[in-house]
Design a protein around this ligand. Structure first.
Ligand SMILES: Cc1cc2nc3c(=O)[nH]c(=O)nc-3n(C[C@H](O)[C@H](O)[C@H](O)COP(=O)(O)O)c2cc1C
Length: 309
């Protein structure tokens, strides 16, 4: 009887150990961060297509969204591009600056996703009215557009040559039926750190030995960089990982990688930082932060870790 109790306890503790860092609960896939106070989605949409993409980007980022409303609304006949319509006349007139009805406060935002439809290969003239009306200096502008088929490139070049001082990223054209993954990828590829520069690696000193974490380009890696420097002890688990629960949560976009490679730096849930030092197959979901090349076996004890930009 006594042996049975001891055996049950042993199995119970073994299960606890196997479940590991996340206490067995699968992290929820919450996609990207929900607290982008410094990011604004600003868009013009004459017939509602760009509006739908703008709303999806805003929902994913949890950021503010503002529509650029023309003082004179574009009616159907204004958009009939097979005729001498108002939109065509504006596009052909280099001086046309259609008035904007609403006042827009861009002052508190560092990053502005700027959305518009493509009109005759470029941005509608109301976007130039916007650039004339507000000071975008020092802000990062990330353009996005919808169109019948034309790519965004021509309009981005036009915006850059309109004001060469502005920091305008390459941007992306969307179709209405583009998946959530496409939108998430777009957001993550534009992730910048708090000083508006992309940091691609981080220094990690593990038990006094220096390594480099080559970072993923995503919102999680970006937020991870923004919380550095950090120094802590990481606990051993399962003979393949060292982990620590961070003080604060990071944005997640978790999925099951199926295989873990030695050197992978992952986020489990939204606040458990994990460094794997063995390769193995996994059924758990993680958000990848980066990878350390040539990481040796870190042994069975906890390790001291210092992380710096
Ligand atoms: C005046 C005008 C010009 C357009 N020119 C182009 C074009 O050059 N290339 C293209 O692919 N689509 C063009 N389109 C189609 C729009 O870009 C497309 O329908 C867009 O998704 C509309 O977005 P919205 O609903 O947000 O206004 C044009 C539409 C209008 C009204």
């Amino acid at each position: 009887m006594k042996r049975k109790v001891v055996l049950s306890l042993f199995v119970f503790f073994l299960l606890l150990i196997l479940i590991g860092c996340g206490n067995g609960k699968e992290p929820v896939n919450t996609n990207v961060t929900k607290s982008n106070n410094d990011t604004l989605i600003l868009y013009f949409s004459a017939t509602g297509t760009t509006k739908k993409i703008a709303e999806r980007i805003s929902t994913k980022l949890g950021s503010d969204i503002v529509e650029i409303i023309p003082k004179e609304k574009y009616k159907d006949e204004d958009l009939d591009y097979n005729s001498d319509c108002r939109a065509n006349r504006e596009q052909n007139d280099s001086k046309a600056r259609p008035e904007i009805k609403n006042k827009i406060d861009i002052s508190k935002y560092d990053t502005i996703y700027l959305g518009y439809p493509i009109w005759w290969g470029t941005n509608p003239k109301i976007i130039l009215t916007l650039l004339d009306s507000y000071d975008f200096t020092g802000k990062t502008i990330i353009p996005f557009c919808t169109s019948g088929s034309t790519d965004i490139t021509g309009s981005v070049e036009a915006l850059r040559s309109y004001d060469s001082k502005l920091n305008i990223k390459d941007g992306k054209r969307f179709s209405l039926n583009d998946s959530d993954e496409i939108i998430t990828k777009f957001i993550n590829s534009n992730a910048v750190n708090s000083s508006n520069e992309v940091v691609s690696s981080v220094k990690a000193v593990i038990n006094s030995k220096e390594y480099t974490i080559n970072l993923e380009v995503n919102e999680t890696a970006n937020s991870f960089v923004n919380m550095l420097p950090k120094e802590f002890k990481m606990e051993e688990l399962n003979g393949n990982e060292k982990y620590i629960y961070l003080d604060s949560s990071l944005p997640t976009n978790s999925s099951n990688p199926k295989h873990i490679n030695s050197g992978d730096v992952m986020l489990y849930g939204d606040n458990c930082l994990v460094i794997f030092y063995k390769s193995f197959d996994t059924s758990y979901s993680y958000t990848k932060i980066g990878h350390i090349d040539n990481l040796p076996d870190l042994g069975s004890d906890s390790v001291s870790v210092k992380l710096e930009k």
